[in-house]
Design a protein around this ligand. Sequence first.
Ligand SMILES: OC[C@@H]1[C@@H](O)[C@H](O)[C@@H](O)c2nc(CNc3ccccc3)cn21
Length: 447
Amino acid sequence: MKREMFPSDFLWGVATASYQIEGAYNEDGKGESIWDRFAHTPGKIKDGTTGDVACDHYHRYREDIALLKELGVNSYRFSVSWPRIFPCGKGEVNQKGLDFYNALVDELLKQGIKPLLTLYHWDLPQPLQFHGGWTNTDTVQAFLEYAMLLFKTLGDRVELWATFNEPWCISFLSHELGEHAPGIKDRRTALQVAHNVLVAHGKAVKAFRGKNLPGKIGIVLNLYPVHPLSESEQDKEAATLSDCYRNRWFLDPVFKGKYPEELLSVYQKLYGDFAKDYESIQVASEKMDFLGVNYYSREVVSYDPKSILKSKTVKVEGKRTDMDWEIYPQGIQEILVRINREYGPIDLYVTENGAAFKDEMKNGKIQDYERIDFLKEHFKNTYYAIQQGVPVKGYFVWSLMDNFEWAHGYSKRFGLFYVDYNDNLKRIPKESARWFKKFLNNEISLE
Ligand SMILES: OC[C@@H]1[C@@H](O)[C@H](O)[C@@H](O)c2nc(CNc3ccccc3)cn21
């Protein structure tokens, strides 16, 4: 199975995000983001690092686009740093921020690489957080002004737009579990954040339509097949509720304009006041042109009466990545087929898939054969979904290069290129980069 067996117009790319690679956290007029503040808060990042410099992509973007060209990708997914455009989140525009993204897009197009732009990949301007962040509907309005400025500035050249990266992480991971910025641990707050982010998504799609732009717009969701540990009714109930929590809380609003009843009723019993605004979620279902799917692994659950979701995650035997995530390639096929069956037809992009492994330099090489095997199996399972008629239109490997892995700092390496943090952030192709380049050049098969 070679690249040429995929559709001829299939996008093959790599993905990154602004806070994870750009650095220049306080340069050229950029304002503070919630991740600048979170990373500077002692104890939040496991290795005590920050994204202040990261991969210094802000200054090295031409060099990094040359890496894309060398790889042979035809597309590149990146995100825009909102506080680089609006240092205070709204109001005054930072022209140098716009200049950076204009130059980035122009260089990508010059090299024949199609941009996929994510408007929001978690780096909210801190001044908006001072006023409640995503719990405040003023932030929804500020996001729309930000989106409209980017549509106006880049809409003639950027054809693929994603509103949000992973609303589950923006809401539950960051406001219920507290593991990501702003580090709040309150479920009711998390539900309000999820609601406002979904409303902001729908309004941004509507605004995009009003601009009559040539491009396409969607959202990026991290999706997981959820499997019951056994076929018992209790484990199956656990899987249903966990599926609502992880997947359908976002899928159902953007495709059906309503929350999944099975979990909505649980939250309404806990938070009666939640009933007053949940019906306005209908706004989220403005018709999209595509769905971005971030796939990393599956979840296996068993019944747990102590959990409001009646479920707990179970660790099963099998190969795992350095993030301790199960390697489950058939899950990408499963989730693509399910989305097409239950929410389609709609174009799908695998907007992120990749893995962290303990990459080490040995004799000047990084022999990351586990990552090659991981990618090979996930490419094959993506192809099997296409063979079943699922309109998968592209695949973006996470990530181009090692970068700031959120609460793990620089301790987890996802890149096709190794970044030597002890040698001027030098980018060194791992064996997986060499393999990917050969695959893209039809030199090797996936067998
Ligand atoms: O963790 C790897 C990547 C991360 O670097 C990206 O910025 C983000 O879009 C991303 N999402 C997932 C899947 N969801 C997730 C679950 C728990 C913690 C963090 C991310 C993995 N990744």
